[in-house]
Write a protein that binds this ligand. Sequence first.
Ligand code: FES
Ligand code: FES
Length: 182
Amino acid sequence: MSTNESATSSKRWPAIRFNVNSEARIVKVPPMKRLLDVLREDLHLTGTKEGCGEGECGSCSIRMNGELVNSCLVPVLQVEGADIQTVEGLALDGALHPLQEAFLCHGGAQCGICTPGMLMAAAQLLERSPNPDMPQIREALAGNLCRCTGFIRIFESVAAAVDAQSASPATKLTTEQMHHAR
Ligand code: FES
Ligand code: FES
């Protein structure tokens, strides 16, 4: 595991250490800087998107120690020692996560602003409940807003990923992917 120090870090600020997508990272930034901004500006992980910036839309959803959180509400000082997973951590060895494949195939993404948050929320659901029904899918994504799709294609994409992994062991989430998604 390598340790990368943010290229934009400053010696004025104390070092904050945490893992992002299984890689150890160190940033020296204002402690109250939003995790969303640290990910995008300091670590150049721009997959995580900002919608409302107020904790209402879910576009900035990431996973922190296995829990889905809105990164726009988390000051970076709170992630000291934490395991963070962003949408960049879903694909494994260059292969798209089954949810990403399903969103591509079933029109689950249009403008794409909500998509990373939707994917993270859906990944959280499938890890905890590998065979969810449609009400469970809707409930799991209830905190994520989309202004483009009308939601139906997003729900259908998640359902398609569930069907794909049920129908074919080859497309089932591997243990490694599940671990990677923590
Ligand atoms: S940008 Fe964080 S919840 Fe909307
Ligand atoms: S695809 Fe545009 S907000 Fe959801």
